[in-house]
Design a protein around this ligand. Structure first.
Ligand SMILES: [Zn+2]
Length: 498
């Protein structure tokens, strides 16, 4: 290690955190978010504008989400593969809407090995084109279908207004790409992927998501139909948290993905694509966080339980070793636990630190607790009742008790998010109510389906059509904005979005 260097980043971080707590959400939600991502030790800004270093604590959250989603993708018959980062520019140009939609966001490589390339290469913003080219080679007969592929990768899209996790030029994701013989099969696949996203977002991330279809103006570039799960954040804004696209034969036509049917005809495949990204980590933060910092659902918490041993000199030795034993017992029971025995820091500092980092359950273990065979348990959050404070739990049954506590904590967060969404979603039938609703949450409104009308709504309120919820009841009437007959046969969710 070079001598004479500045204090380590660790000690700088500690000094910064000591100064004060974060900006309250009610004062400035966006400032709150920007402070929490750094203070909870999730990320660091990268040297290039719009880039993000995901630190170990933040990456572990992504890994836990990834592992769960990957299991679901494989369990439904998909196989992982990997395709190149660099795509010939000509591929992008084959599907007209696709290239038009992505052109403003593309990174293009023009030089390699010190020489100008004959054909520029695009860094993948998404992989429909290169995977389409390969699908055309791999599919020849109806027996090759369906072809069910998934890729875990990074993608690059130039971002003018970057925000950690939510909008960064480079992000991590999975992209599913499938080819089918019939339109019905491809549509069923599109809905299957959407249901995987819905399940992960609700069951694992404890988010309040609504599955629905995008209006035509919000469709993916090149798709015939786009479906989404929209989540409500604690400032009432929507976060598009996963999308699933039905491409029809658009990409099959552009790349020649054809198959010989049972009766010998050469037919175009129907394709789909679907993606979920590191944006979900931003969604988690904004769904569950509070003025003390991050709140993590146990299913995605790097540490579900943190144990803080307390005591001086020889007492510290006893509580420390008891804490280590307890952590080992919890690990054996499948509970991710961690002992915070940093000697230079006070218990109070540690409590604040783990609150900021969103650990669901904290245990204190002092000499008196140890003598009584107990530990003091604190929950990071309580809902709907206020927190009852610290509870003494017996050490010998801690693994079973804490497993139950963690399950209850997960369920509590799911309920809290769903209640918040429901309390901030209003059925509106006139314009003033619409304006009031989208200022603090979502409006469920009838709309005419005209793009110009949707644009006007956006210009006046900054709210956009988030989705037409799948669960919505059939309903007809007049447009909330212009009074023309309504479209879609259902109400549309409008809201301000990230
Ligand atoms: Zn209208």
């Amino acid at each position: 290690m070079p001598s004479g260097r500045l204090p380590s980043l660790g000690s700088l971080r500690i000094m910064a955190r000591d100064e004060r707590s974060v900006t309250p959400q009610s004062e400035d939600f966006s400032a709150w978010y920007n402070e929490v991502v750094f203070r909870a030790d999730l990320v660091e800004r990268g040297p290039v504008r719009g880039s993000m270093v995901i630190k170990p604590y933040g990456y572990r959250i992504w890994e836990l989400l990834q592992a769960d989603l990957d299991g679901r993708i494989k369990a439904t018959g998909h196989q992982n593969a990997y395709f190149p980062l660099l795509i010939p520019q000509s591929y992008m140009e084959r599907e007209a809407e696709h290239v038009e939609g992505f052109a403003p966001e593309l990174f293009t490589v023009t030089h390699a090995g010190g020489k100008e390339l004959e054909e520029p290469l695009v860094i993948r913003p998404t992989s429909e084109t290169i995977i389409g080219e390969m699908m055309a080679k791999w599919v020849s007969s109806h027996r090759d279908l369906p072809l069910l592929l998934n890729q875990w990768s990074n993608v690059l899209r130039w971002e003018m207004r970057p925000r950690m996790f939510l909008r960064t030029s480079e992000f991590l994701w999975q992209e599913g790409h499938t080819a089918h013989a019939t339109e019905a099969d491809a549509l069923a696949e599109t809905m299957l992927a959407l249901s995987l996203y819905r399940d992960v977002s609700v069951e694992i991330a404890a988010m309040a998501t609504v599955p629905g279809e995008k209006t035509p103006g919000e469709r993916f570039a090149g798709a015939q139909r786009t479906f989404t799960i929209e989540a409500m954040m604690r400032d009432g804004r929507a976060l598009q948290s996963g999308t699933s696209h039905f491409m029809g034969t658009n990409f099959a036509g552009a790349f020649g993905i054809t198959y010989t049917s049972e009766n010998g005809t050469a037919d175009l495949c129907h394709t789909t694509s679907w993606g979920m990204s590191t944006r979900m980590v931003g969604g988690l933060i904004m769904t569950h966080g509070d003025d003390k910092g991050l709140v993590l659902p146990p299913r995605l918490a790097p540490y579900q339980v943190v144990i803080v041993p307390i005591g001086r000199s020889e007492q510290a030795e006893a509580t420390s070793s008891a804490a280590t034993e307890l952590a080992a017992a919890l690990q054996r029971a499948g509970i991710r636990s961690h002992v915070d025995d940093r000697p230079q820091l006070s218990p109070g500092f540690k409590f604040n630190d783990w609150e900021m980092r969103g650990v669901p359950i904290r245990l204190e273990l002092g000499p008196r607790d140890l003598a009584a065979g107990t530990a003091l348990m604190s929950r990071r959050l309580s809902y709907p009742q206020p927190d009852a404070g610290k509870v003494a739990i017996p050490l010998d049954s801690a693994p079973e008790l804490l497993a139950a506590e963690l399950a209850a904590f997960q369920a509590m967060l799911t309920q809290r998010a769903a209640d918040f969404r429901d309390e901030h979603t209003v059925v509106v039938n006139d314009w003033p109510d619409f304006v009031a609703a989208v200022a603090v949450g979502w409006a469920l409104a009838l709309q005419c389906g005209e793009q110009a009308c949707e644009d006007e709504i956006k210009a006046e309120t900054t709210a956009t059509a988030r989705c037409i919820p799948l669960a919505g009841e059939p309903e007809q009437g007049i447009c909330i904005r212009c009074g023309s007959p309504s479209a879609y046969g259902k109400r549309v969710i409008f809201g301000r979005a990230y």
